[in-house]
Design a protein around this ligand. Structure first.
Ligand code: PHE
Length: 462
């Protein structure tokens, strides 16, 4: 079976698809709350430095390994770096497997909140509705948790089975512009609120005295997650890239868009929260619930045009999550396709179904089933969901990322990486020398620090 490998229809199509992979719950959900927990300002600056100094070089490393070999993660690492390095690709496939299994649970929530807020927009906000209590009951409902995740997984499988052009790229071409427009509408509305000045001050005040070592490491760990690095997703996306495209230009656009969207989402949420007296304290008690407990009601009570923007906002969350779940499933499915010659539709269904077996446990671990909810592998992490997230964020991504920096910076030859990076062009503001310095020295030291932090100090990035 020697089929021609599919390619993105254009450089723009690739940028949209890869940005779609990067922009997800990490931007809309995780970044705002870790910014909150780490007291904004200095944390945001450190995060930006991590993105530029570690994220960007690893992004380029993954893209160039993928484009050079035109293979998915396992075969790409084996061919570009050496036979044993196929294991690093396999580690990435496993990481995609784990992340998707719990990510799709939260992704499913966006469907419920979209339906719920759409209902409120039509018939009005119900009087005396307690969102906190409603959320708690929702978490306990096994049927709803499994059902919503199943819908989301089915849609993801349907898109991945349609292939690179007709599935992944086409979805990104439609969803990403919509996502961007919704985000801009929300931003305009939120910035007109009186809390917006305080929100921006919170995000950009430079108070380094409150910055802890853990915060620095958390910023670095999140840089991996949000850019979809350390697990081969960008290797796979790069493998559908043609030699005419500039890896550096595309990589830079993805990194910049992802960062902008995370900052916009954070500005929106904090502007709303800071505009309501007492809300700051309430959120402080449960920053994780910001997106699903604090925000829904505020749309109807505080945000200008909020009754229209609320369902749009949850649609945005759903779209952002979908373009990420597609990428996660593609990493696993493309392994079956390239490595075992499985036909694409079959590969998408098989990988999706296997991953969903774990999803069932994760979705029942939020209180619905005792055994799953009290399951504990990592100290202090309760339930299957929390343990999977902890394992992926604290172990899988940093280790995968570290090995990829070693592979690209130290094992692959200078000639090999230089020729590949230059192919398609390097814009004037960047140079091969700069990339090589970052990938050989800066990135491995920084990522090595995360791993040491996790092992020695038990720092938690999940
Ligand atoms: N980057 C995505 C987010 O921020 C998550 C993701 C990780 C997607 C790895 C694909 C691969 O939500």
């Amino acid at each position: 079976m020697s089929q021609q490998r599919e390619h993105w229809s254009s450089s723009f199509g690739f940028v949209l698809a890869a940005t779609g992979s990067a922009v997800g719950l990490g931007n809309l959900w995780k970044f705002p709350y870790i910014t909150w927990e780490n007291d904004g300002g200095a944390f945001v600056l450190v995060y930006l430095v991590c993105i530029a100094a570690v994220g960007m070089p690893i992004m380029l490393a993954e893209l160039l390994i993928g484009r050079k070999t035109q293979k998915s993660a396992v075969a790409a690492m084996r061919e570009a770096v050496g036979p044993a390095w196929g294991l690093v690709g396999a580690w990435g496939v496993l990481t995609g497997f784990v992340i998707l299994s719990y990510y799709v649970v939260i992704a499913g929530w966006s469907l419920r909140y979209f339906a719920m807020t759409a209902g409120w927009t039509i018939s009005g906000l119900p009087a005396e509705f307690d969102l906190g209590a409603d959320f708690a009951a929702f978490a306990l409902s096994g049927g709803k948790q499994v059902g919503l995740a199943a819908v989301f997984m089915a849609v993801t499988i349907g898109i991945v089975r349609s292939g690179v052009n007709h599935g992944i790229e086409r979805t990104a071409r439609v969803l990403l512009p919509v996502l961007f427009v919704i985000l801009l509408l929300l931003l305009f509305s939120a910035l007109s609120l009186e809390g917006s000045a305080e929100a921006l001050a919170f995000m950009f005040h430079m108070d380094f005295s409150s910055l802890r070592l853990e915060s620095v490491l958390e910023a670095l760990g999140h840089a991996f997650f949000t850019l979809s690095l350390g697990m081969g997703a960008m290797i796979v996306f790069g493998s559908y890239l043609s030699k005419r495209d500039s890896v550096v230009k595309a990589g830079a656009i993805i990194v910049i868009l992802d960062t902008m969207i995370a900052l916009m989402a954070t500005a929106i949420m904090f502007s709303v929260i800071f505009s309501v007296p007492g809300m700051r304290e309430q959120v402080g008690a449960s920053p994780v619930g910001m997106l699903f407990i604090s925000l829904p009601e505020l749309f109807y009570t505080t945000v200008p045009f909020g009754n229209l923007l609320a369902p749009l906002f949850y649609l945005l969350v759903g779209f952002a999550a979908l373009t990420s779940t597609i990428a996660l499933l593609e990493v696993v499915a493309s392994y079956l396709i390239d490595e075992h010659g499985v036909e694409r539709t079959k590969a998408a269904i098989i990988s999706g179904a296997c991953i969903f077996a774990i999803t069932i446990m994760a979705s029942l671990s939020l209180g619905a089933v005792d055994g799953f909810s009290t399951f504990e592998v990592f100290d202090g992490k309760q339930g299957v969901f929390a343990n999977l997230d902890h394992f992926a964020s604290n172990w899988q991504l940093p280790i995968g990322g570290f090995l990829i920096t070693l592979a690209a910076g130290w094992v692959m030859t200078r000639e090999a990486t230089e020729a590949e990076l230059r192919e398609g062009g390097v814009p004037g503001w960047y140079s091969y020398g700069a990339w090589r310095f970052f990938i050989r020295y800066v990135a491995p030291v920084a990522v090595g620090a995360i791993i040491v932090a996790v092992i020695a100090f038990g720092v938690d990035f999940s």
